[in-house]
Every structure is written in C-alpha cells, then in structure tokens.
Design a protein around this ligand. Structure first.
Ligand SMILES: [Zn+2]
Ligand SMILES: [Zn+2]
Length: 350
C-alpha cells in the first residue's frame, strides 16, 4: 500500500510503498477513505513540542521511530478482521477513535485511556491514516457516524472531540455569563460550531486575524474581538461587566493565555487546549485572590466521542469548513497548513 511518511524530521513527507498490514488478534484493518490533517501533526512532523525557554519535548526520546505515518483523524471501511475481532462487520464504515491506551491498566479499565502511561495512539504512536490502510487494535475504537459527511466526520476524531471535551469542562457556566474562545483556527472553529449545544452562555471569540473573526461570526459567535488590539482587555471587561467566566485557549501561546488571564473574571476557569507552546509567568497570588482555575484539556475520551457524534447526528453542531484534498497531496497539504493557508480543516480523501 501507499503511505505518506515522515522519513526525516521536518523534511517533506515521502510517498512510500509499504506492506499492507494484516490484522492479528482483535485488530481490525480499515481502508482509509478520509484522513484529516491536524495542527498537532505539524509538531509531530517537526519531532518535538516547544515546552518554553529552550526546552523541547522530543518525540524520538519518547520512543517514536522514523519512518512514521501520521494521521489521527481517520475514517474508512472495515476490510479485514483479526481472528479474535468481534463487534464490527466487513464493509462497515467507521471513524477510528485514535486515543487508545494499553487497555489493561486502571485508567484504561475505567475508560480514561488518555491518562494511560503506555498509550497506543493511532497516528502518533502507531501508523495512522496518511495511508491507504490503517490497523485499529480493537473494534470498540470504531465509532459509527451514520450519514454525516465523511470528511467532516473524520475531523471529529481529534478537532471535534478536543473541542467538545474542553467545552464540557465549562458546562457549569450560566446563561448570563460569558464563554470566550481564543483562536478560531481548525479546533477553535469546531468549538464555536458546537459551543451553544454544550454550554449555555454568551459566546465571545477572540482572534487576531480578521478572516477568522468573520468565520467565527458566521459559525455563531455573539461577539468577536481582536486580541492583538491594545484596548481589547478593557473593552472585554466593559462588555462583560467585569470579565469572562469561562475561557478556552485553543492557541496555547504566551500571548493567548496571557490575554485569557487578563480578561478573566473572578472565579474564572481557563482551559488551555492549544499546543503552540512557550511559557509565561503566572502571578501565583492571582489564583487564590481571584479564585481562578488554570487547567489543561487534552483531546477527549471514547465516551465523549460517542456523545459528540450523537449531537452531530441530531444536527446540533455546525460543521467546520473542510477542504478535501487527494491523499497523494498529503505532503503539500501539511506544508500549506503550516504556512497558515487553511481556513478550517484539510482532509485527505481516497
Ligand atoms: Zn489532532
Ligand atoms: Zn492503560
């Protein structure tokens, strides 16, 4: 089969002919028909996450070996089953839930695979969807999507469930309070499109790019704001009557999280999702004095994936704009995403 692989960190992906895997045990082989490109793929491609200062979290040191096939927003058709695989039929179309743990430890047993110390993530640890076929360890990780548009449904496996899980952490907001989403890129737009279905609060979207603010308004934002504007914080404090009670930072850069902390009301909860990286000084006294919470949210659970697909199928989610590109353009598409050319998501189709 053809796979589009990282052969050297940060160098263009290469189209390579590799053996089509044969499913063993409970494994399922999926013929990939749609594979989203996630912003985090750019970091994986580079081979590290920026932890601030000169600190880098190296993926090689974490055990990743090249050549590697990325792709953790994968959807396709079941074409072969391992001898012990049950729960899915040949020909079925499913989303691949990629955030898979070892399946045996305590956290995996209670469905919290994200906390597992021995993850088997499809597309970051195991070969993913930038290829014609992909192996899934067990049929329970295959999620039905009924008649939802395939390229969009694929994006639900990362950008969708990431946005959903972050929003769920702010479900306690009240209708008169404000929810602010910082960053209207791929994941941010996914969050804007489902915010009202998850959190009953007024929706503010902050982005430095006028095109993304326009996309946010079209996707359902009540108020948009340019957070690069010097008067942005003052104007937010005025518009909200003292600050924002729930903020999701889909960028995760010093400027965006710093902005979120300045715009926060007393008792605010700030959820950092974006992996742009860097570091900021946190005035520690502001946490107790303002009773503020600064928390992180990483992708989402299998249960959340099913909850999200139920909302999508019920028509309660405004899908992110998706641009389909042929699988063979994988290398160019991820380069275009890195260069900031994409509004919404690129999805490779085959
Ligand atoms: Zn992702
Ligand atoms: Zn585990």
């Amino acid at each position: 089969m053809k796979a589009y692989q990282i052969v050297k960190w940060g160098e263009p992906l290469e189209e390579r002919e590799v053996p089509t895997p044969e499913p063993q045990g409970t494994e399922v082989l999926v013929r990939v028909t749609a594979s989203g490109i996630c912003h985090s793929d750019i970091h994986i491609w580079d081979g590290y996450f920026d932890m601030g200062g000169d600190n880098k979290l190296s993926l090689e040191a974490r055990g990743m070996q090249l050549p590697f096939t990325m792709g953790h927003e994968t959807l396709g058709e079941v074409v072969a089953l391992g001898p012990d695989a049950t729960g899915v039929e040949i020909g079925g179309k499913r989303i691949v839930f990629p955030w898979i743990g070892c399946g045996e430890c305590d956290v995996c047993q209670r469905g919290e695979d994200l906390l597992c110390l021995a993850p088997r993530t499809v597309g970051t640890r195991y070969a993913g969807g930038y290829a014609e076929y992909c192996i899934v360890p067990h049929a329970k990780y295959l999620v039905p999507f009924a008649d939802v548009d395939e390229p969009y449904a694929a994006t639900c496996a990362c950008s969708g469930v990431t946005a959903y899980s972050a929003l769920k952490k702010l479900k306690h907001l009240r209708p008169e309070q404000h929810l602010m989403i910082v960053g209207a890129g791929g994941v941010g737009l996914a969050g804007i499109g489902m915010a009202k279905a998850v959190v009953d609060a007024k929706l503010i979207v902050a982005d430095i790019d006028p095109a993304k603010r326009a996309a946010a308004l079209a996707a359902g934002a009540d108020i948009v704001i340019d957070n690069s504007d010097e008067s942005a914080v003052a104007s937010l404090l005025e518009k909200t009557g003292g600050g924002v009670h729930g903020i999701i930072d889909f960028v995760g850069a010093p400027a965006s999280t710093g902005f979120a902390m300045q715009a926060a009301a007393r008792e605010a909860k700030i959820v950092v999702v974006g992996l742009f990286g860097g570091a900021i000084p946190v005035p520690l006294a502001s946490l107790p004095l303002r009773m503020m919470s600064l928390v992180g949210s990483y992708v989402g659970t299998l249960d959340e994936m099913h909850e999200l697909m139920a909302l999508v199928q019920a028509g309660k989610v405004k899908p992110v704009p998706v641009t389909s590109r042929p699988l063979r353009e994988a290398g160019q598409a991820i380069a275009d995403l890195r260069d900031g050319k994409a509004v919404g998501r690129y999805v490779l189709v085959n």
